[in-house]
Ligand binder design. Structure first.
Ligand code: ADP
Length: 161
């Protein structure tokens, strides 16, 4: 069985992420969605909330498991016996960073491939930071994030008021 890990901050998870999860899950036997738990990198949503949101969004995929990881991604990927690291690409602006990360991980661990999924055109514009900004300003984010995330966003805005 081929195993992949899909790492990210998912701050919050969007429909663009869910689309990548679904497509990866249709190719790989098992996909571990790995939420970065990094105390140095400041996230908007706390770690527990990010985990809850993505767990809710990925609940219906039978071969997907949501976990967290600290430290080096390749160490986590090796522990899970993954053959591939999944990442998504939207615009050229994603490329430089992703290319550098993929090369670095390949240098450290040549037998784990980074595999890129091109965004679906429906989600090409979509990012977690965009969703956060729109939500903060009271704009409509329905259709950009899974339904369970809508509630969390509303809650956050109410707490902030
Ligand atoms: P990170 O903080 O590691 O970049 P993100 O949570 O922002 O993590 O994203 C995780 C991965 O999903 C990245 O490879 C990113 O390019 C990809 N991604 C984010 N949004 C989309 C989208 N709308 N369509 C396709 N891929 C996406």
């Amino acid at each position: 069985m081929k195993i992949a890990v899909y790492p990210g901050s998912f701050d919050p998870v969007t429909n663009g992420h869910v689309d990548i999860i679904e497509r990866a899950a249709s190719i790989f036997g098992k996909v571990y969605v790995a939420v970065i738990e990094n105390p140095e990198k400041k996230a908007n949503f706390d770690f527990a909330t990010r985990m809850r949101m993505i767990k809710g969004a990925a609940r219906h995929f039978r071969n997907v498991r949501v976990e967290s990881f600290k430290g080096l991604l390749i160490d986590y990927a090796k522990k899970r016996k993954a053959r591939a690291i999944i990442r998504g690409l939207r615009a050229v602006s994603d490329f430089e960073y992703e290319f550098q990360m993929a090369q670095t991980n390949r240098k450290m661990c040549p037998n784990i491939e980074t595999i890129f999924f091109m965004t679906d055109s429906r989600y090409a514009y979509l990012s977690s930071s965009l969703v956060r900004q729109i939500s903060k300003l009271g704009g409509p984010v329905r259709g950009m994030v899974p339904d369970n995330v809508l509630n969390e966003l509303k809650q956050k805005e109410n707490d902030g008021k």
